[in-house]
Design a protein around this ligand. Structure first.
Ligand SMILES: Nc1ncnc2c1ncn2[C@@H]1O[C@H](COP(=O)(O)OP(=O)(O)OP(=O)(O)O)[C@@H](O)[C@H]1O
Ligand SMILES: [Mg+2]
Length: 354
């Protein structure tokens, strides 16, 4: 039995993506997690560019609208960052306790971070003794630029919420898999989150992220290529990509254009997987989970499976969550599942968790 003297407060999970903002709340019920709130709202393409908030007013207003539309009452907010403002590196350090490392992390991290150490917040996770067994240990170092954290926490605060945790997407995805899928000891799982502007790839072993990499590509690359090839606007190209119609535009070339971008996405995925396997000889990946809006692109999952020879599955972040069909239409949840992978992982964070 678990005792708790204070009920841990429910948090608001906010995934501020460049294409859309997602909001989620989970409640801890007797039999695990229960979905309490769920919403998303699109952003114009110029609001967040390359992971930087350009139009903070629009982002703030979009969050505010989501809060009122979904009647969100709690304030404490967990959000996350990804892309080039986040640096995650596996390093080998002399074996020491977590406390000792906490004291020396700034100093240890300095040599691995390509920015002045004063400009970043540093965190870490000890992965365990290194495989060579020379009194060293493997540590996952995480450094996030302070000015980017500030930009994100400012819009959250401006929207009337209280930012309490800023996580990184790849750790949220690790949590998401953990609560929805059984972990098989010794298995290596990859999760590829295909967003609009950023694609991240991580490998998780025994529930711990051991490798992660992000590349500045995603759904926008399809839209931009359609825009270029068919000489139309970004908005029209996005509509066509999502299966809509734009009057006066000949779309006979569309499948080929999408296919050519699929090929370059697949190449990017293979490169990352080869990079991981190259650094961990003798290992292999048992399964690839896909998430993010980009996982809905026609034929992309099967192409990734063919190119890597690894079984591919689209992750369902509602798999292990009770979702009352009275409030959440199961068909809608199925449809939007890929978008909510990060937010669902964030929603399991509680204050005081590490
Ligand atoms: N059915 C679909 N077919 C093709 N692409 C789709 C589909 N649905 C969504 N997308 C694309 O997925 C992307 C949005 O995915 P997602 O919500 O994961 O991105 P984001 O989190 O807002 O962006 P990022 O994390 O990169 O900042 C957009 O490029 C969108 O066009
Ligand atoms: Mg995203």
């Amino acid at each position: 039995m678990e005792f708790s003297f204070f009920k841990k407060k429910d948090v608001v999970a906010l995934d501020i993506g460049s294409n859309s903002i997602k909001i989620v709340q989970l409640r801890q019920a007797k039999k695990g997690w229960e979905l309490a709130k769920l919403g998303m709202a699109h952003l114009p393409p110029e609001a967040i560019v390359d992971g930087s908030i350009i139009d903070s007013m629009t982002v703030t207003n979009t969050i505010r609208d989501l809060i009122s539309e979904h009647n969100v009452k709690d304030k404490d907010t967990v959000s996350s960052l990804t892309g080039h403002s986040v640096i995650i590196k596996k390093v080998s350090l002399p074996a020491m306790t977590e406390e000792e490392l906490s004291d020396s992390i700034q100093w240890e991290a300095e040599q691995y971070i390509p920015f002045p150490i004063a400009d970043v917040n540093v965190d870490f996770q000890i992965l365990g003794e290194d495989t060579a067994g020379r009194g060293q240990m493997d540590v996952m170092l995480v450094a996030v630029k302070k000015d980017v954290i500030n930009d994100y926490t400012n819009v959250i605060r401006e929207a009337g919420l209280n930012p309490v945790v800023v996580d990184v997407d790849s750790f949220a995805l690790e949590n998401m898999l953990e609560i929805n899928y059984a972990i098989v000891p010794g298995e290596n799982l990859a999760i590829i989150n295909l967003g609009a502007s950023i694609t991240s790839i991580s490998v998780i072993t025994d529930g711990v992220t051991v490798f992660t990499r992000s590349v500045p590509t995603g759904g926008n690359q399809y839209t931009e290529e359609i825009q270029r090839q068919l000489s139309i606007s970004f908005k029209d190209a996005e509509d066509l990509k999502l299966g809509g119609e734009v009057s006066g535009v000949d779309t006979s070339e569309l499948p080929q254009v999408i296919d050519s971008v699929n090929d370059s996405m697949v190449l990017e995925v293979r490169r990352s997987i080869d990079f991981f396997l190259g650094g961990s000889p003798g290992t292999f990946i048992n399964r690839i989970y896909l998430s993010g809006g980009g996982s809905k692109v026609k034929d992309l999952p099967v192409k990734i499976q063919e190119a890597t020879n690894i079984p591919v599955e689209i992750a369902n972040p509602f798999n292990g969550i009770s979702c009352n069909p009275k409030y959440f239409d199961p068909e809608y949840l199925n449809e939007v599942a890929p978008y909510f992978a990060v937010a669902m992982g964030l929603a399991t964070r509680r204050l005081g968790d590490r």
